[in-house]
Design a protein around this ligand. Sequence first.
Ligand code: MG
Length: 121
Amino acid sequence: MDIKELQEKAKNFIDERDWRQFQTVKELAINTSVEANELLELFQWRDGKEIDALLKFGKDPELYKKIQNETSDVFFSALAIADHLNFDLGEAFLSKMDALAKRYKTDEVKGKVIKIPEYQG
Ligand SMILES: [Mg+2]
């Protein structure tokens, strides 16, 4: 299923429930943040490397499923924003990836963790 089909699926889900009346871009942005924080909550007070090891070796399928669910909630919310503002999230994503590739040139950042400001004078 491509991203346009996923966006259509999210749109239909919203319309079938008549939830559009409650949606503004502000509410959808807040929801995206709430869902992202539900994802973060799964890791709170836990060691990241230990969690990675558990998940890599299939030792915590319940946590794995929760991560899938919360990541999907974030994605659904992003699709809802794109639908609300009538843009193609796939195209927006590709445009953003192009911008990131220009900002984070491979030969300058490979193997390094650095933050390059989005907008430079
Ligand atoms: Mg959630």
